[in-house]
Write a protein of this length. Structure first.
Length: 265
């Protein structure tokens, strides 16, 4: 998907650094990332990346200059001056990066940030929260990450921080069903269809709808539609219009193009 979403693709390919989570955190984390723009750049320089509709929330440690979040039309939604939790987006947004940005982030799998840090869906959807208002020991983490010599050390610091929170997470059967819905094998087995997904999880569609509404403040139908689109778009990058659209949950390529317009405009 990054090949689609980066506007300044050639630039970002050389600037972002990624590293995968350890096995015990794979349930919740997609990857850790670093964007370091502290090297000398023209003062009026800016770089943009487009983020299409998605269900992944992030913790962003901001230890440099602010960055901006704008809508698809380029209108400013929010300037991020400090470390923040950025919720899932049901519409596209654009990030504007400037000289002296220094960002380190954790990209969470759908619903995991809410689950680990007890954040309500209504507080995260299409908006940000100050990470300092939600998380403890954050200044110590920021200081250590800022001085870290490489990505492996950053990963170690982030995972120590996460394990502190996962060890205190209490059982929540509603979130367990949501995490299974969005990150388990049942998702693709269901063809991203709510009725089939509920059946695979041995609950009724109505029960699953209630769990999603209570925990994420979004309907499972809308959520599944976004996840189907994200999965299909990644396949489109690899295979073009020759992708197996029926297997991806679409009638044909034309059906996918309509979804593209819906989730990218």
């Amino acid at each position: 998907m990054q090949a689609i979403e980066f506007i300044n693709q050639e630039y970002f390919t050389g600037q972002y650094r990624y590293i995968s989570p350890s096995p015990d955190l794979e349930r919740h984390v997609v990857y850790y990332w670093l964007l370091d723009l502290r090297r000398p750049l023209p003062e009026d320089e800016e770089f943009r990346e487009l983020l299409l509709a998605n269900m992944n929330a992030s913790l962003v440690l901001n230890m440099g200059a602010p960055f901006d979040i704008c809508n698809a039309k380029g209108q400013l939604l929010h300037s991020c001056h400090h470390s923040e939790l950025i919720g899932y987006q049901t519409t596209p947004v654009t990030y504007r990066h400037y000289p002296n940005n220094f960002l380190v982030g954790i990209k969470f799998k759908p619903a995991s940030l809410n689950y680990l840090f007890h954040v309500k869906g209504a507080d995260m959807q299409r908006q940000t929260l100050s990470a300092h208002d939600v998380m403890t020991h954050l200044p110590e983490l920021e200081s250590a990450v800022y001085d870290a010599p490489d990505m492996q050390v950053i990963k170690t610091l982030l995972e120590k921080f996460l394990r502190r929170h996962t060890s205190t997470t209490t059982d929540n059967h509603r979130f367990d069903y949501i995490l299974q819905s969005l990150n388990g094998p049942a998702l693709q087995q269901s063809g991203f269809q709510l009725k089939k997904l509920a059946g695979l999880l041995y609950v009724s569609p109505r029960t699953l709808e209630r769990y999603f509404s209570d925990s994420l403040n979004i309907s499972p139908k809308k959520c599944l539609s976004i996840l189907r689109f994200r999965h299909a778009a990644a396949q489109y990058v690899l295979h073009g219009y020759k992708a197996d659209w029926e297997e991806l949950g679409y009638h044909d390529f034309s059906h996918f193009r309509k979804e593209w317009t819906k989730w990218s405009a």
